[in-house]
Design a protein around this ligand. Structure first.
Ligand code: NAD
Length: 246
């Protein structure tokens, strides 16, 4: 098992890619710390991990709240003594064209997708450095490499997350902490629910594999990057998109 006894915090883990990642990590032997803003779903996700034989616990966590992030990190450290992996997966969209986007839409996406990632990484960094190693994985997107119509705020955050990844891999690499980003293409999760079927069909046409991705196909990549098999992967942005940008 790739992640035997590794203590892994996953944000936004109540559904979609985060839930698939929690379940994959559970199958790989991790102690899974399931975090999300949805109280019931977070407990259900932790229970699903335990049903797979893993140690798992749910925490209600809004990544925009530094106090909540610090409290969860302190609780995990007190209980398990270490933090091996952080998957900064929580993310939202609030789409509008540049001329239509409200400041509320802009700020909400920056708060979760950028400030939230900063909060969580900063909260675990000292622990990882003190224990001599750790892994931070950040959710970017193909939109964070190429931009996208109607996603000024989201694209800025996903480009920003790549900036975090490159910077932290330089700062923390010498201390044994690897930092990488995953840039998924279009993956079948509730985040796509606002996109019309016609547009989804057009997206698929641009993917050489002619289909959307499955959450498990991103979870598998997170598991690889979190594991010792990726011991020389640092500062990378791994695109997982079925080749849509080729
Ligand atoms: P999703 O909407 O299905 O799940 C996101 C989860 O994050 C939800 O459970 C939600 O409750 C949680 N969340 C939202 N705000 C939060 C907050 N403030 N604090 C903690 N949790 C919060 O999304 P998904 O499709 O599974 O996407 C997961 C990540 O992958 C996101 O960062 C997203 O931007 C990225 N991504 C997704 C796709 C895709 O096509 N699905 C593509 C590229 C990147």
């Amino acid at each position: 098992m790739k992640l035997q006894n590794k203590v892994c915090i996953i944000t936004g883990a109540a559904q979609g890619i985060g839930l698939a990642t929690a379940l994959k990590f559970a199958r790989e032997g991790a102690t899974v710390i399931v975090c999300d803003i949805k109280p019931q779903a977070v407990e259900e996700a932790a229970a699903q991990c335990r049903a797979l034989g893993a140690q798992a616990e749910g925490h209600v966590l809004d990544v925009t709240s530094r106090e909540q992030v610090d409290a969860v990190v302190a609780a995990v450290k007190a209980r398990h003594g270490r933090i091996d992996v952080l998957v900064n997966n929580a993310g939202i969209t609030k789409d509008a064209r540049l001329q239509k986007m409200t400041l509320e839409q802009f700020d909400a996406v920056i708060d979760v997708n950028l400030r939230g990632v900063f909060h969580c990484a900063q909260a675990v960094a000292d622990t990882m450095v003190a224990q001599g190693g750790g892994v931070i994985l950040n959710a970017s997107s193909v939109v964070g490499i190429y931009g996208n119509f109607g996603q000024t705020n989201y694209a800025a955050t996903k480009f920003g997350v790549i900036g975090f990844t490159k910077t932290w891999s330089r700062e923390l690499g010498p201390k044994g902490v690897r930092v990488n980003a995953v840039a998924p293409g279009f993956i079948e999760t509730p985040i796509l629910s606002t996109i019309p079927d016609k547009v989804i069909a057009q997206m698929q046409e641009h993917v050489p594999l002619r289909r959307l991705g499955k959450p498990e196909e991103i979870a598998n990549v997170y598991a690889f990057l979190a594991s010792d098999e990726a011991s020389y992967v640092n500062g990378a942005v791994l695109e997982v998109s079925g080749g849509m940008t080729v």
